[in-house]
Design a protein around this ligand. Structure first.
Ligand code: SF4
Ligand code: SF4
Length: 427
């Protein structure tokens, strides 16, 4: 994941986890380095050379990558063509707040088949609550102009919506807005979870906020966003807020949108229920497959671990393949499953969750064990809600159900050789 302008951005969202990298990585104000000139060419060449797959995907993130201007991305595409091996397809993803998109941009993005990830948090009031410019004004109208242009030029796009203290309380309104107004058919949600120390303290570091003895027990009021002594930022979603949000969206989606609207979490869950790997790193057993690269070429274990102690190398000085499969990166990746709490190991939904993202593992569970995931109670409630339904959906598409309380094995042992359950589908 390339950050060609690092944390530089033209807006100032309340919950952005990346703006603070400007200070953490010691860039001088207004002097964020960019990947440009020879460095850009070298990056593209090295990135292509480090792949041995028929498809190579470049992911451009930020900060706000469109700050680099359209000419920059025209150069990107030319350089990709220059180094494109025969028979290999090269694709680009671009995550943007949409503010700078215009006709020319959108025509280019459509022509070169970029997948645009557009950040939008819902209807005007909900979006403007946190997605503001530097003057504190909401950016909703500008983003909706981008939506119109995206449709006008048939740009392939997905929406990215943050589930925070406000959007989490309006799940159906948010979902219907994305489906009916934005007309998004690929919907991604991200739970916003940050300890108050997130700007300086790396997850799992030996800082005070991450030390086992300082972690707060599940159910304690200090884990509620907005509580006066809360350890998390007030803009965060609560654990059950997250579960309830997913449940309400799932129910709405299930009524008529299966197969026509792709909600990334539901796709990922279906994969888990049928025994395939989920496409979301957060719900997989290991991390470490998405290094983040800052504009000076420094490589970090993950986009959420861009802290000095998680630097694993530099693309211009080290071999990318060796870094990607190096010991530090492997240790980081396997730590996700190796450090599961005993509650997670016993959990009936571990196959779909794997303790979720390690950056969110900062509470004590009911047994007093540290490093439980902050969102755990919400995940469990949601998994309980969808378990039977996921089994139905999988069967209606002819997939085996490998996991959950209604798996093929469990149903067969209940019903003997009479597979009546196979026909008991509501879809
Ligand atoms: S740390 Fe979180 S975001 Fe990063 S790879 Fe692991 S699960 Fe994914
Ligand atoms: S639902 Fe909770 S206990 Fe189960 S795997 Fe996820 S985080 Fe662990």
């Amino acid at each position: 994941m390339a950050k060609p302008v690092g944390a530089a951005c033209n807006i100032d969202c309340t919950y952005c986890y990346y703006l603070s990298k400007q200070d953490l990585l010691e860039y001088k104000p207004g002097c964020t380095p960019k990947i440009e000139g020879e460095a850009l060419e070298t990056y593209i060449k090295l990135y292509i050379e480090s792949h041995n797959a028929p498809e190579i995907i470049f992911s451009w993130q930020g900060g706000e990558p469109t700050l680099l201007g359209l000419e920059y991305f025209k150069t990107v595409v030319e350089l990709q063509k220059k180094y494109q091996p025969d028979g290999v397809v090269i694709k680009n993803d671009l995550q943007t707040n949409g503010i700078l998109l215009n006709d020319e941009w959108c025509a280019f993005l459509a022509e070169h088949d970029f997948l645009v990830g557009l950040s939008i948090d819902g209807p005007e009031l909900l979006h403007n609550a946190h997605r503001t410019n530097r003057a504190g004004r909401g950016t909703f109208r500008q983003v909706m102009k981008a939506v119109d242009l995206i449709h006008k030029h048939n740009v392939t796009f997905a929406t990215l919506t943050c589930v925070n203290n406000l959007t989490s309380k309006n799940p159906v309104e948010v979902y219907r807005f994305l489906r009916d107004v934005v007309k998004s058919t690929q919907i991604q949600f991200i739970p916003i979870v940050e300890q108050k120390t997130f700007r300086t303290d790396a997850p799992q570091s030996d800082t005070e906020s991450w030390q086992a003895e300082n972690q707060i027990k599940q159910g304690d009021k200090r884990l509620i966003p907005g509580h006066k002594n809360s350890v998390v930022e007030s803009f965060c979603v609560s654990d059950l807020g997250w579960g309830n949000f997913l449940i309400a969206v799932f129910d709405e989606w299930e009524k008529s949108d299966i197969g026509s609207v792709f909600v990334q979490y539901f796709e990922a869950n279906l994969a888990s229920w049928i025994g395939e790997r989920s496409q979301l790193c957060t719900l997989n057993p290991v991390c470490g497959k998405g290094l983040a690269m800052e504009p000076n070429g420094d490589l970090y274990t993950c986009d959420h671990y861009v802290y000095p102690e998680h630097k694993v190398g530099n693309i211009y000085h080290d071999n990318l393949e060796e870094v990607s499969y190096g010991q530090q990166q492997q240790d980081f990746g396997y730590a996700k499953i190796e450090s599961l709490t005993s509650a997670c190991q016993r959990c009936e939904y571990v196959f779909a969750c794997y303790g979720e993202c390690p950056k969110n593992r900062f509470i004590k569970n009911a047994d007093g064990e540290p490093n439980q995931n902050y969102l755990c109670a919400g995940w469990k409630k949601y998994f309980d809600h969808i378990d039977k339904r996921m089994a139905h959906i999988a069967r209606s598409y002819g997939y085996p159900v490998k996991f959950g309380r209604y798996s093929d094995d469990k149903m067969a042992s209940l019903l003997g050789s009479n597979p009546r359950y196979m026909f008991n589908t509501q879809y």
